[in-house]
Design a protein around this ligand. Structure first.
Ligand SMILES: Cc1ncc(COP(=O)(O)O)c(C=O)c1O
Length: 632
């Protein structure tokens, strides 16, 4: 048996690659978290979960480490400031946090707090987000960028925020919004500084490529940009046009695409400046990607550049264009949401049970009258070896076909069919084993790797906690948080608790072209087995939904204070059944009343004894105030 150690586990699960030093495996074989990359202190996640359970906080538990946000902001701003200093760029950079990425109050407040040294601002994309942002940005210097479509109320609110002294920039996403601001100005005399979002011909790369380009939903086409400049000139309002914005989509995987977009946007900046637009800010939008996968594969879950390379490219290219054209370098803004938040939260869940997707068996007791194809098939199991596995596979396929025909014609009973299925699956499992060790794996077996696997039922809802895994096949790192000193021997497929056949994780991180299995350990029924789902801080926390009425999980915020020392700075209890039923307009009081009436009837009819009725009622009421996930 080959040796197994922590280094191998780390390599298998790509912990160093996606974990960036925030996550590591300790000597006990447990996964640990740090608040800064390779920082001095780590917290053992298994110990944390044990201690949370001792406090009666049961999985699934969302763990938030706000200090990671601090580290991410400081890295982002640090890289831009480094580039500004290296290239002697003549204007500053301010990071913006687009709150759509995670609107949770603690995240936005942490961003503002940790972002103070770097002048961090906020971006709002809707009326609700704007109302939150306006109240939270108490420092009038904090830039506020308003993207998204704007109605008259939005326009009024922005104008008033400008009047009260806020550093606010509404970004014109479609031409009619410009007319709304002009109209409002004519009525009130208030005109905020304006931004224009341009539609670039350059499209992003990866999953969100289609959100950019000339047919993208947002931004002005070039003729509309010209019309906007003319119109503002005509109204003597051009001096309000201060900002140019673009966004080519989230998680841009290729640096060449970013370079191309920067060049195109920079050229627009120059040309608009030449036409008299007094642009002072360039907002390069979001799109800065993160590596969810840690492999060298070219997928939308990986990126091929570093944050410093990104910052260098932004600063260098814009400077080059401005110097060439003798215009002042703009203040740079970026709206990097995914980059800032992805690592800061993780979900820990337990495997509630396991099963076999395709049952296998090694011991077959053939009936005396077994048909010959079945006998031959079972014989293959004891005779299969490295030298004949392909031939054995062909034979098994043939016998299976024959036996299926016999079943259809009524010559094979259910016992016979069950035995055939088990024997076939057992052969396939062996064929795959031999093929893996074969230097020249036959091409026809390539597709077979989706054969037998172990189903791991995880105590969570994909739709609530990992919506992008369901909606867009986003890959997230999933790893056991303990037992990493042991070699994982199972090829698992993780499924959730919902009764939806889409509640299954179909792709995992890994180096292969496709990674349909997650290596996990054999679960000991006497011991809990925990897996962590990582990098869920961006988009997942607020996109999730109530499918099958699985609600919000418990959420615990920790501050790391020393080696295995932490403070729980906030605990938010997950939804109870009562809560989720309330969201869909049920009244618990009413449901309890209805249930009691029916239970009384069952007592009257003699279906339930008095004791049973009391027990049933107790259970019903307790269930109402319990967690929506499995409890033990
Ligand atoms: C206008 C705008 N800015 C910023 C972002 C955040 O992007 P990301 O999370 O990729 O940084 C988005 C999201 O797609 C967006 O639409």
């Amino acid at each position: 048996m080959d040796e197994w150690d922590i280094a191998k586990a780390s390599n298998l699960y790509k912990v160093e690659e996606w974990g960036l030093g925030y996550f590591t495996i300790n000597d006990r074989g447990n996964l640990c978290v740090r608040s800064t990359k390779n920082g001095p202190h780590k917290v053992d996640l298994k110990q944390l979960v044990d201690e949370l359970r001792a406090r009666k906080v049961q999985p699934p538990i969302l763990i938030r480490i706000l200090d990671i946000l601090r580290d991410r902001i400081s890295e982002l701003a640090g890289c831009f400031n480094q580039a500004i200093s290296d290239y002697d760029y003549k204007a500053p950079y301010f990071p913006l946090y687009p709150i759509k990425v995670n609107q949770q109050r603690h995240v936005v407040e942490a961003m503002l707090e940790f972002g103070k040294p770097y002048g961090l601002g906020l971006e709002a994309g809707s009326k609700a987000e704007l109302l939150a942002v306006l109240a939270l940005t108490e420092d009038p210097k904090n830039p506020i960028i308003c993207n998204g479509y704007k109605d008259a109320e939005f326009v009024e609110l922005v104008a008033m925020a400008h009047k009260m002294g806020k550093n606010i920039f509404p970004v014109i996403e479609k031409y009619s919004e410009l007319e709304s601001f002009i109209r409002h100005y004519k009525e009130t005399g208030i005109m905020p500084n304006l931004g224009i979002r341009i539609k670039l011909a350059t499209r992003g790369s990866g999953q969100w490529a289609k959100t950019g380009g000339e047919n993208s939903k947002f931004g002005l086409h070039t003729p509309e940009v010209l019309q906007a400049i003319r119109r503002l000139k005509e109204e003597d309002l051009l001096h309000h046009l201060k900002l140019l914005h673009f966004h080519i989509g989230s998680q841009v995987t290729q640096i060449t695409v970013i370079k191309k977009a920067l060049n195109e946007a920079g050229r627009m900046f120059v040309e608009m400046s030449k036409l008299g637009a007094p642009l002072e800010y360039l907002d390069v939008g979001g799109g800065l990607g993160v590596d969810y996968d840690g492999s060298t594969r070219d997928t939308f879950s990986t990126i091929n550049y570093s944050i410093q390379e990104y910052a260098n490219d932004v600063v260098y290219r814009i400077q080059q264009l401005c110097v060439e054209n003798k215009i002042a370098c703009p203040t740079l803004l970026s709206e990097s949401g995914r980059y800032l938040t992805a690592h800061y939260s993780l979900l820990i869940t337990n495997i509630s049970s396991t099963g076999r997707s395709t049952p296998i068996n090694q011991q077959f007791k053939l009936p005396n009258n077994a048909v010959s194809s079945l006998t031959e098939m079972v014989d293959i199991i004891s005779n299969i070896k490295a030298s004949n596995y392909l031939e054995s596979y062909h034979d098994a396929v043939q016998y299976r076909g024959e036996l299926m025909n016999l079943f259809s014609l009524g010559y094979l009973d259910l016992e016979g069919r069950a035995m055939m299925e088990e024997a076939y699956n057992t052969i396939i499992a062996k064929v795959i084993e031999f093929a893996r060790q074969d230097e020249h794996e036959p091409v026809e077996l390539a597709g077979l790797d989706r054969g037998p696997s172990d189903i791991y039922f995880a105590n969570f809802s994909l739709f609530q906690s990992l919506p992008d895994a369901w909606a867009i096949n986003q890959v997230f790192p999933i790893i056991p948080i303990h037992r990493l000193k042991e070699k994982p021997t199972k090829k698992a497929v993780v499924v959730d608790l919902t009764c939806d056949s889409d509640g299954i994780i179909r792709e995992y991180i890994g180096d292969n072209e496709e990674n349909p299995y997650l290596p996990l350990h054999q679960v000991d029924p006497e011991e809990p087995y925990y897996v962590g789902i990582f990098m869920i801080g961006a988009y997942q926390e607020t996109l999730g939904e109530l499918h099958n009425l699985f609600g919000d999980t418990h959420a615990v915020q920790i501050e790391i204070q020393g080696e295995n020392q932490y403070r729980i700075s906030s605990y938010i209890k997950g939804d109870t059944v009562n809560d989720v039923l309330g969201y869909v307009s049920y009244s618990t009081k009413d449901l309890i009343h209805k249930m009691r009436t029916q239970i009384e009837k069952a007592v009257e009819n003699g279906h339930l004894t008095l004791d049973e009725s009391a027990q049933m009622m107790d259970q019903y009421e307790q269930g109402m105030y319990g967690y929506t996930y499995f409890e033990d």
